[in-house]
Design a protein around this ligand. Structure first.
Ligand code: NAD
Length: 263
């Protein structure tokens, strides 16, 4: 049975697509009011926002803040608190990818990935914490990656950023251990979203193979169970971390990677 999280508010960065959108749906089903964030087509985003309200009977607002701009992130948190009454859960999920060897890594792509995938997480935490401390409750969940724990060639910026997210998660948990605020990182393996579809399409084009073959190869290279996780499965892990049963789970990483990092 779904938990009743009426009057609790969750903000998910990067929730106009992929994993973030899946998390938004799962938390809305649990009764959370939802702050959507990210980029995309304005009409599609408004349709998503309305669908969340009608399907799950919760309130939802969209704030198009860029997570690399601290003032915008702080204003988004303030808007959640003023329009929805609180901010109980923040899921720092927005992220991008770029693949290149370290010695050829484009400098602008390095900065972009660090700014969105690492500094953006710091901005979300920094902006959300004061209100959480005042209210004596908070659940901070950072979407890291298997690449927060192990490396892959070609992903220097991404791996550096995600390892950074895991470190920041631990510090945030320590600093707030007595404040009824938990902070954890989820480390997914492959989840079939637009971010991964692009890597599959690039691989198919590079190797002159079919998209299906590229998808199979990509999975088998890293993920022993040979199955993509779904965004809803990541959402279920977020819901667990927000549940009362997880109140002592803090400062840790939870893998959902089909045994990728067991190797
Ligand atoms: P996605 O491309 O489907 O979605 C990314 C979201 O981030 C979109 O909503 C986009 O608008 C938003 N975004 C991008 N830049 C932003 C910015 N500057 N400010 C605000 N929003 C921004 O990607 P996804 O696969 O759903 O990835 C979500 C998170 O999960 C990322 O942090 C990614 O690193 C992580 N992750 C993904 C996988 C996977 O296999 N897909 C695996 C492990 C971790």
């Amino acid at each position: 049975m779904a938990a009743n999280r009426k009057d609790k508010v969750a903000l998910i960065t990067g929730s106009t697509s992929g994993i973030g959108l899946g998390i938004a749906h799962v938390l809305a089903a649990e009764g959370y009011d939802i702050v959507l964030n990210g980029f995309g087509d304005a009409t599609e985003i408004e349709n998503t926002r309305k669908e969340i309200e009608t399907k799950f009977g919760v309130k939802s607002i969209f704030v198009g803040a860029d997570v690399t701009n601290y003032d915008s992130v702080a204003a988004m948190v303030a808007e959640a608190e003023s329009k929805l009454g609180s901010l109980d859960v923040i899921v720092n999920n927005a992220g991008v990818q770029f693949v290149s060897p370290v010695d050829e890594f484009p400098l602008d792509q390095w900065s972009k990935i660090i700014n969105i995938n690492l500094t953006g997480v710091f901005y979300g935490i920094r902006a959300a914490l004061p209100g959480m401390k005042k209210r004596g409750y908070g659940r901070i969940i950072n979407i890291a990656s298997a690449h927060g724990l192990v490396a892959s060639a070609g992903k220097g910026a991404y791996v550096a950023a995600k390892h950074g997210v895991v470190g920041l998660t631990k510090v945030t948990a320590l600093e707030n251990a007595r404040a009824n605020i938990t902070c954890n990182a989820i480390c997914p393996g492959w989840v079939l979203t637009p971010l991964v579809q692009k890597q599959i399409d690039d691989r198919a084009a590079r190797e002159g193979i079919s998209v299906q073959q590229a998808s199979d190869e990509l999975l088998l290279e890293k993920q022993p169970n040979a199955r993509f996780a779904t965004a809803d499965e990541i959402g279920a892990m977020v819901a667990y971390l927000c549940s009362d049963g997880a109140r002592n789970v803090t400062g840790t990483t939870l893998s959902i990677d089909g045994a990728w990092t067991a190797q």
